[in-house]
Design a protein around this ligand. Structure first.
Ligand code: GMT
Length: 374
């Protein structure tokens, strides 16, 4: 197949999933055309089946806001026509699904049928998409897609609950490439951060409010009162400065490190003992899956799709959103030397259920189905 993939070329989960999916499809012999406004971070290798098309957004003094959606639509049309693309797969509904609908209409006017698959990732439905400023367009473009997937059952149900959807949604969970995400020997790194054998707690995110990083910090703060621990915070975003202030106020800066955005996050996860994801909402929790693949148990909230990933008392524990005391209690239990090896093994076993080779055929079969029905 020749597949056009549209995504946000950022460190965010939807961009990562789209890029890793494209890479895997290319390795399986499909031709994949990425259409984005800049090179996605994980698209940093050569494969004969991968093509990158940058969306050109010309500026003009009249525009207070450059019309990105029109530029993206035109890019999709041009790539489909020039490269004979069979199907467009857009990740994150806003504005990709509506731009894809427009591209489909332009292509139809030129006598070409190009089905569109939209993958819903989370905030495009649970946060941003619900906003009245976007809702009518999101509803319309989901209904007009030829195929719609959601990354968890919870996200599917949320979509039906908040939008008037008249079409089925296929759940295809996120996946992990275990050849990349696996525990590596990085003991020198662990020794540098935890010179006295402290346990290492990690949180990675895009530092947005929805991640409730305060809860991660407060969980660590209370944990630190009871055992020797260090905290690594990976990622960057609007909350970072405030969270740094909180750590300073709490007097824990000596035991906390902010690492910023990292490409090789698996190297940090390889030395971690516990991963914290106390999110307000999380359609899936890809960052937690990456941790589990590196044998790191997860203390998470029970929001959104997290119960579909993290298994209570097995790969870690889940608490109600904001229940820091429960997270502390669970973290102490997991980090107990008598329990930690079992939780680490369980985390990996759970991650294996989401191995790329199990999930990729689901996308391929879905593309085939959509192509046949169009
Ligand atoms: O977590 C974010 O805020 C980024 C966001 C994105 O769209 O890039 O992540 C969403 O999609 C990921 C990949 O499907 C999911 O693993 C995340 O759970 C989801 N985030 C939220 O629902 C908050």
């Amino acid at each position: 197949m020749k597949i056009g993939i549209v995504c946000y070329p950022t460190f965010g989960g939807s961009g990562v999933v789209a890029t890793e999916l494209g890479k895997a499809l290319a390795k399986n012999g499909h031709q994949v055309h990425f259409i984005t406004y800049q090179q996605p971070p994980r698209l940093d290798f050569f494969n004969e089946n991968v093509f990158y098309h940058e969306v050109n957004i010309p500026s003009y003094p009249l525009f207070q806001y450059a019309p990105y959606e029109s530029a993206l639509t035109s890019a999709m049309v041009n790539v489909v026509l020039n490269e004979n693309v069979d199907l467009l797969h857009v990740h994150y509904a806003i504005p990709h699904a509506s731009a894809a609908y427009m591209a489909k209409m332009v292509l139809k006017a030129r006598g070409r049928t190009t089905p569109v698959v939209t993958t819903l990732h989370g905030t495009d439905v649970t946060l941003v998409g619900k906003d009245a400023s976007y809702e009518p367009v999101v509803t319309f473009s989901i209904n007009e897609s030829d195929g719609v997937t959601a990354v968890s059952e919870n996200l599917k149900q949320e979509t039906f609950a908040h939008f008037e959807i008249r079409r089925p949604i296929e759940v295809i969970p996120n996946f992990i490439d275990l050849s990349r995400f696996q525990r590596q020997q990085k003991e020198h790194f662990k020794l540098a951060i935890c010179p006295n054998g402290e346990k290492l707690v990690v949180h990675t995110s895009n530092f947005r409010r929805v991640k409730r990083i305060d809860d991660a910090v407060m969980t660590f703060y209370h944990l630190r009162e009871q055992m020797p621990v260090k905290l690594l915070l990976v990622g960057d975003g609007p909350e970072r400065v405030r969270i740094q202030g909180l750590c300073r106020e709490l007097g824990i800066m000596d035991d906390v490190r902010f690492l910023g955005k990292l490409d090789a996050v698996e190297e940090v996860l390889s030395v971690a003992d516990l991963f914290l994801m106390p999110s307000e909402n999380e359609s899936f929790g890809l960052a937690a899956l990456e941790a589990m693949a590196c044998e790191v148990p997860v203390i998470s909230s029970n929001a959104g799709g997290l119960p579909e990933l993290n298994v209570q008392g097995v790969s870690g524990f889940l608490s109600n959103v904001g229940d820091v005391p429960d997270m502390v209690k669970n973290a102490l239990f997991v980090l107990d030397d008598a329990n930690l090896p079992t939780f680490k093994a369980n985390a990996l076993a759970r991650a294996k259920e989401f191995e790329l080779s199990n999930i990729l055929p689901k996308y391929e079969a879905y593309y085939e189905q959509v192509l046949q029905e169009s």
